[in-house]
Design a protein around this ligand. Structure first.
Ligand code: WQD
Length: 334
């Protein structure tokens, strides 16, 4: 298929481009490079043997989207482009809602105009809020979100499924990611946050290469086995492969399909620290501090539906996630 990947030079987008190309798809990338750089395209080529066709453009400008669809016969869109920093979204709600919501509405319009009716949307497990139960299945009701970032994802799920209901020849696939970590085994592509990282693994990576002195563990008095927060960490390459599996869905009945993309295993913050130390034979100094506002104790997925319906299952274990994260940190972050 000929697949347009919005946000294709970003962390999850770039890994997905690699896996799509490896599976024989043609890939067109659209990105405004606000949180990534163009050299990622060369890295994708080094890994996969093919450089995706690239458009530097912004979804807030429909005239910049238009040529992508005029010049390429797109079969499906995988939509990653969006702002994703939770804390920043609290400080800049207008910026987040405008970018994520208006950008996606513009994308839907141009897709409709050009008869492209297949979309995969990059959503998040945070749409479940404080989950009604764990492991979380797709039947778990959506919860109250704690940031404009998470709310924008929840709103976009609703917008896309409402749109599909009104336009029943569309295929909409909503993928709810748990916590992606790791990097491609080549060490060429991975997560490169701007400034001091907010998320656990990017922070550990900076401590590991000596850029930050120590990790702060946000609370050890949660109701979890060791008191620290539990999450479902998934290797980004496994996550990328889930998108390749979704491509088969476009020949099924047109509908809205929802899948959790996780491993089904919950690890605590200290599990991650110790696994990283063991896998890479280094020490990660840490200090337990106050809980981080908005954090919840524990959540992890039931990924069974994706396995049953897409034939997809995460393959990489935590040791592999830690090794690949450290390799990328040493190669690209120092
Ligand atoms: C994981 C655990 C922290 C940093 C968020 C978003 C989600 C997705 C990923 C996407 C928690 C603890 C963290 C640190 C720590 N966003 N922690 N010290 O909060 O589960 O999910 O990021 O683009 O939508 O909500 O991920 O990695 O921030 O935290 O102790 O320096 O690590 O308290 O228990 P989270 P995270």
């Amino acid at each position: 298929m000929n697949i347009l990947v919005t946000g294709g030079t970003g962390y999850i987008g770039s890994h997905t481009c690699v896996e799509l190309i490896k599976a024989g798809h043609d890939v067109v990338v659209f990105d405004n490079l606000s949180n990534s750089s163009e050299d990622v395209l060369d890295k994708i080529e080094m890994i996969s043997g093919k450089k995706p066709k690239f458009y530097k453009a912004d979804m807030l400008h429909p005239d910049e989207l238009e040529p992508v669809f005029l010049e390429n016969k797109i079969d499906a869109v995988i939509h990653f482009a969006g702002l994703k920093a939770v804390g920043e979204s609290v400080a800049k709600p207008w910026y987040y809602y405008n970018n994520n919501i208006v950008g996606t509405l513009n994308l839907i319009s141009v897709m409709e105009k050009h008869g492209v009716k297949n979309i995969v949307f990059s959503s998040t497990a945070t749409v479940y809020g404080i989950p009604a139960f764990v492991p979380i299945t797709e039947e778990c009701p959506l919860g109250t979100t704690f940031s404009p970032y998470a709310e924008s994802k929840k709103m976009l799920e609703r917008i896309l499924s409402d749109y599909q209901k009104a336009n029943p020849d569309w295929h909409v696939v909503l993928l709810r990611y748990f916590n992606p970590i790791g990097a491609h085994e080549s060490g060429l592509i991975g997560e490169k946050p701007n400034g001091i990282p907010n998320n656990l693994m990017p922070y550990i990576m900076q401590v590991a290469i000596g850029k930050l002195p120590q990790l702060r563990v946000f609370g050890d008095d949660y109701e979890t086995p060791d008191g620290t927060g539990v999450r479902d960490y998934i290797h980004v390459v496994d996550l990328a492969r889930a998108h390749v599996s979704v491509m088969t869905k476009f020949s099924d009945e047109a509908s809205t399909y929802i899948y959790n993309i996780g491993t089904g295993i919950g690890y605590s913050v200290l599990d991650i620290v110790h696994a990283f130390e063991k896998a890479n034979n280094i020490t990660i100094p840490y200090q337990v501090v106050e809980r981080r506002p908005g954090d919840i104790a524990s959540y992890y997925s039931d990924p069974g539906k994706a396995e049953r319906e897409l034939g997809w299952k995460a393959e990489y274990d935590l040791e592999r996630m830690c090794k690949d994260s450290y390799r990328f940190a040493k190669n690209s972050l120092s």
